[in-house]
Design a protein around this ligand. Structure first.
Ligand code: FE2
Length: 379
């Protein structure tokens, strides 16, 4: 590996045979890993950009095996990097920018995965070993995961949340009961089947994880069903890019005002993309879609046609994974991606689930920390 500089010292190039990796002086200086720049304990940056002179340049750079030594002027600061760290953080590469791309660690799915649903044993998950790491990984990859063999006791759902994060309390409380009620304030509490949906799109931010825990299930029917919203959005895009674009380019509006003192509203698209086109969220909930007023008049017809087609794809049995939750079983969903539904169940017998919300930053963090633990153990 050889390090060379441009005449101004603004760009450093690492050359390995025919491969060239370029780094800007400002990027290298800002990402110095020395103890004056980053706290050796928590890894947090100790300087801000204003501490780096704007006239910064690299006076010299030398490679020796995996070590790269760079001298920055006018600071006269010498910083050591490892080539392996630079390789792992390279940005001189072809980046994804096709609309609708998804992160490498996600696996989009349809009904064909019904026999390999990510599932964990409650007691094994609580040991926080291999089993939990595997389950967390599955939950991130597929956007949902089941738990089996848990206790049949109220509040057990909080132990599921404890595996990866913290409960997100809402106006529905720290948790909510899902069972037939005589005077339902929300359709989720009746025996009707529900179309697959994401929960609470009227919140901003939306709760990004939902946990549903079964305590009683003697009524016929009432199976749970999940659909990969990202797979549905991508299928819509393949069938009709114009439909995908109109749903991604314009905001819908959602509202829930079904209780006194509650008037939740949000303004977000049904298909949400990052600025570089990454597919980062799907919101779909016919019950709480309010009057859409942010789609231009000329496009409202096509927006509705696209919304209708997305709904048809979501309703297609080829996209859904169905499973029955028995008492002591639970599942979690990434509510920004995976839609859930319940089939209709009869009024005879009982079905009782407890649900709560959490957030997926905790799930990702727990997954990443578990992966790091195993990497360190292997080293
Ligand atoms: Fe729901």
């Amino acid at each position: 590996m050889e390090a060379t500089l441009d005449p101004h010292g603004h760009v450093l190039t690492l050359t390995d045979g025919a491969k060239h990796l370029r780094f800007h002086a400002i990027w290298l200086r800002d990402n110095a890993q020395d103890a004056e720049t980053r706290d050796p304990g928590n890894g947090q940056r100790l300087i801000s950009l204003r501490d780096i002179p704007p006239e910064l340049y690299i006076a010299s750079a030398r490679c020796d095996g995996d070590d790269l030594t760079v001298c920055f002027e006018p600071e006269g600061k010498v910083v050591k990097y490892t080539v392996s760290w630079l390789r792992a953080h390279v940005y001189d590469r072809v980046t994804q920018n096709t609309r609708g791309w998804v992160a490498d660690d996600l696996a989009l799915w349809d009904a064909s995965i019904c026999d390999r649903v990510p599932t964990g044993d409650f007691a094994e998950l609580k040991q926080r070993g291999d089993g939990l790491a595997h389950w967390l990984n599955g939950a991130v990859q597929y956007g949902f995961a089941k738990v089996e063999n848990g206790p049949v006791e109220q509040g057990a759902l909080f132990q599921v949340v404890d595996l990866f994060g913290y409960v997100r309390e809402t106006n529905y409380g720290r948790h909510f009961e899902v069972r037939t009620e005589v005077n339902p304030t929300n359709l989720a509490y009746t025996g009707l089947g529900l179309q697959a949906h994401t929960d609470n799109p009227y919140r901003d931010p939306t709760p990004s994880i939902q946990v549903l825990y079964c305590l009683e299930s003697t009524a016929a029917g009432g199976e749970n069903m999940v659909v990969d919203g990202f797979a549905c959005a991508r299928r819509l895009q393949e069938e009709n890019p114009q439909y995908f674009d109109v749903l991604a380019n314009h905001c819908a509006r959602f509202e829930y005002a079904g209780e006194a003192d509650v008037c939740l509203t949000s303004r977000r698209p049904l298909i949400e993309l990052a600025p570089d086109g990454e597919l980062i969220g799907v919101r779909f909930n016919n019950r709480s879609l309010s009057a859409v007023t942010d789609v231009p008049f000329e496009k409202m017809d096509v927006w509705y046609a696209a919304y209708r087609r997305l709904g048809e794809i979501i309703d297609d049995p080829a996209m859904e994974v169905t499973f029955r939750l028995d008492p002591g079983e639970a599942f979690i969903v990434d509510n920004t991606r995976v839609l859930h539904a319940r089939k209709a169940y009869s009024g005879t017998g009982k079905r009782w689930l407890q649900g709560c919300y959490a957030d997926k930053d905790g799930l990702w963090s727990a997954r990443n920390a578990a992966a790091r633990r195993y990497r360190m153990a292997a080293e």
